[in-house]
Design a binder for this molecule. Structure first.
Ligand code: NAI
Length: 347
């Protein structure tokens, strides 16, 4: 009997990518368009595995219901797992993830946001489409020689550092854990957040969302930043207190914001609301600024990343059925981040 996978929050590109993954035919997948929440959790009855994504809500009650329905594995097809109550799942359901599907895709998207905002490409595009060939108001700055702060130098942050070094920028790095040999090899310097806030003209966020990093960018941190600072967030929405960001944008303290993620994105992102009214006033306000570019959590969306997501998810599931604890397993006993210690804990 084939094991059955309940696949939530399906988009056409997910289905295309998973269906073409060699070896997936060993499993039976049912694709649900709905997200996994307390309202939809009953759908998992009769399945063995749940495959979920960034905006599924895998809370304690969802985990209990999944467990009662016989689910023993949640295969996250993403890197972040802040939407999973990992501790509650401990010793009930095992959780695996795809730690890196394409760090290049995300870093390159962060660069796209940065460059779009700096050279005002989004505004220039609208103008020339309307036969307005004026360049008044489109002055940018050379990135060469400017100071940039990268917060979180893991897989994505490090690629971002390479890109920014390539632009000739002076790169300051903050990470909770320092790898001095890496920093030295790249000619970049670890520092405290306070120095990044004080000196950086651009700040790019690449750390995970944890209790500690929640609202890292807030009223107080914004007050310490340089006037006109550009903030890029391709990591997780709640790293930024959006209301504080809006205040900063209104006062001119923040010169530009490139956001691929948003605090309340689960209500809107990935769906087409073009025929409806956006009732989220914070999001609506954000969209009115001509120095803000919002993309709807698409930084990962490249062919290469999709192929890695489906391939790694399949490997993770196979590892589970081989009775092993792979390196992509998340352990509720460990700090958020890259957990490869599950086998040690259970040993
Ligand atoms: P990673 O785990 O390789 O690196 C994260 C880094 O952040 C680590 O070096 C860690 O030490 C550091 N860190 C942890 N807590 C911190 C804190 N409080 N302050 C500063 N640094 C801290 O993760 P990776 O692959 O680089 O991904 C980073 C984030 O990017 C993910 O957590 C995820 O939220 C986001 N992401 C967004 C995607 C998108 O499509 N927009 C796609 C994939 C990931």
């Amino acid at each position: 009997m084939k094991k059955k996978i309940a696949f939530f929050d399906t988009k056409p590109y997910d289905k295309r990518s998973f269906d073409s993954t060699v070896g997936i035919e060993e499993y039976e997948i049912e694709y649900f368009e709905t997200r996994l929440t307390e309202r939809s959790m009953a759908l998992t009855k009769g399945f063995d595995i749940v495959c979920a994504f960034v905006n599924d809500e895998i809370t304690a009650p969802v985990i209990d219901q999944l467990y009662a329905n016989g689910i023993r594995l949640i295969a996250m097809r993403c890197a972040g797992y802040n939407n999973v109550d990992v501790c509650h799942a401990l010793d009930k359901i095992r959780i695996v993830r795809v730690p890196a599907y394409s760090p290049h895709a995300v870093a390159e998207h962060a660069l796209a946001l940065l460059m779009t905002l700096n050279r005002k490409i989004h505004r220039a595009h609208l103008r020339t489409r309307d036969s307005n060939f004026s360049i008044v108001g489109l002055v940018g700055m050379d990135m060469y020689g400017k100071t940039v702060g990268v917060i979180g130098a893991g897989k994505i942050g490090r690629i971002m550092v390479d890109i920014l070094c390539g632009l000739g920028m002076d790169v300051l790095v903050y990470d909770k854990y320092q790898d001095k040999a890496w920093a030295e090899s790249k000619g970049v310097r670890y520092t405290e957040l306070s120095e990044i806030y004080e000196k950086a003209q651009v700040i790019s966020l690449h750390c995970p969302l944890t209790d500690e990093s929640h609202h890292l960018i807030n009223k107080e941190s914004i007050a310490q930043m340089r006037d006109g600072v550009m903030i890029i967030n391709t990591s997780r929405g709640p790293l930024i207190d959006t209301k504080a960001l809006i205040k900063g944008l209104k006062s001119g303290k923040i010169g530009a914001a490139g956001l691929d993620v948003y605090e309340e994105e689960a209500d809107y992102f990935f769906e087409d609301y073009s025929e409806e009214i956006v009732t989220d006033d914070v999001l609506a306000r954000l969209l009115t600024f001509n120095n803000v570019v919002v993309t709807s959590h698409q930084a990962f969306l490249t062919e290469e990343a999709l192929a890695n997501i489906s391939g790694t998810t399949l490997k993770n599931i196979n590892t589970f059925y081989a009775g092993e604890h792979g390196a992509n397993e998340i352990c509720g006993n460990c700090d958020a981040g890259s957990c490869v210690r599950h086998t040690k804990r259970t040993a």
